[in-house]
Design a protein around this ligand. Structure first.
Ligand code: AMP
Length: 337
């Protein structure tokens, strides 16, 4: 039985692309907040399959990847009874809103987007129009539910800024329909989980040896953590921490207890730190964190029928909300003849 979503709570929307295995960055940048927010807000969380086509046009593994993202989110604690958990392509009206918003988006501002420039550099043979208008589709995903809060990692800050611009432009031109959507992390700075080698961030498709995946087995986790770059340790007390060591402490803050972090911080400040021990403890804390999620995902993936049903229930809820917004959109735009 479908559970009705209450209408007087603030609305939350976010999505994850099915472009590969989810990792610690997805968890701490996004999913952790999905799980917290689902109790207090009206939440719409989606698997962004259409977005994935901008960089992954081959759809052979798409279905499998969609189910994996569903299973991994649920293994992390997302409750499809509390939230609308759906697939982007199952809400057809998003494409309609995307079309209208495209008329309000300027070429110049799209071309300046950092993610567009990065992705164009990485895929010089496939700089397609979908890649350019990626932030417009993302704005449509958010605005179609008239969401105010968007739990995302730091890499999405600029896209949210653009979603606000498009919402305001629409409201100015046609009438006040959309609230301004803001990136959300419970009043904390947005999260960026660094890659293990300190070069950029953990990512689904790049830098795989420097990314800890929620599907990694215990041996792989230990191997990746033990390979993290360290040095002989500081030679003087209270030295400045090099970036690559700071990253290791950042990762500890995600999964280790405060006593441990304090001990190793003191050891560093005393110029008496054993990085081998630190890495061994960090590796065990990562194993403790990741292995139950991995195991639960494996169990969930064995029941594809249940995963399909979750998406069906989610898309019913999401379509109801999208339908209400689009009626208002068509009316305010004067497309009601
Ligand atoms: P994507 O993997 O690009 O589909 O992103 C899905 C969600 O995970 C978005 O909210 C991103 O901001 C977040 N995310 C992805 N990588 C990281 C990372 N390394 N650190 C923090 N958040 C991340």
């Amino acid at each position: 039985m479908q559970q009705a979503i209450s209408t007087n709570k603030k609305i939350v929307m976010s999505g994850i692309r099915p472009t590969g295995f989810l990792h610690l960055g997805n968890y701490f940048g996004a999913i952790q907040n999905y799980v917290k927010m689902q109790n207090d807000y009206e939440c719409y969380f989606m698997v962004a399959d259409l977005h994935s086509l901008t960089t992954h046009p081959d759809t052979k593994e798409l279905k499998q990847n969609v189910y994996r993202v569903v299973a991994e989110n649920i293994a992390c604690g997302l409750d499809p009874q509390k939230s609308a958990f759906y697939c982007q392509s199952h809400v057809k009206e998003t494409s309609e809103l995307y079309l209208y918003l495209n008329m309000l988006a300027k070429m110049g501002e799209l071309e300046k987007t950092v993610t567009f420039k990065d992705k164009a550099r990485q895929n010089p043979d496939n700089i397609n129009a979908g890649l350019l208008t990626y932030p417009v589709l993302q704005a449509a995903d958010i605005l179609i539910h008239r969401a105010s809060f968007v739990p995302v990692g730091k890499d999405q800050e600029q896209h949210l800024e653009m979603a606000r611009i498009f919402a305001n432009r629409y409201n100015h031109r046609y009438g006040n329909v959309f609230p301004e959507p803001h990136a959300f992390n419970y009043n904390q700075a947005l999260v960026k989980v660094p890659a293990l080698d300190g070069s950029g961030k953990m990512s689904k498709s790049e830098n795989q040896m420097a990314t800890l995946y929620l599907a990694d087995d215990d041996t792989t986790i230990r191997k990746k953590v033990m390979k993290t770059l360290t040095d002989n340790g500081p030679t003087e007390k209270n030295s400045v921490m090099p970036d690559y060591i700071e990253n290791i402490f950042l990762l500890m803050q995600l999964v280790s207890n405060t006593d441990k972090i304090e001990k190793y911080t003191t050891d560093f400040n005393e110029a008496n730190i054993r990085y081998g021990d630190l890495k061994k403890e960090l590796a065990e804390d990562m194993v403790t964190f990741i292995s139950p999620i991995r195991q639960k995902t494996i169990d969930l993936l064995n029941n594809e029928k249940a995963l399909k049903e979750i998406l069906e229930i989610g898309s019913e809820k999401a379509n109801k909300s999208a339908n209400q917004t689009m009626q208002i959109v068509r009316e305010t735009m004067g497309l009601n003849y």
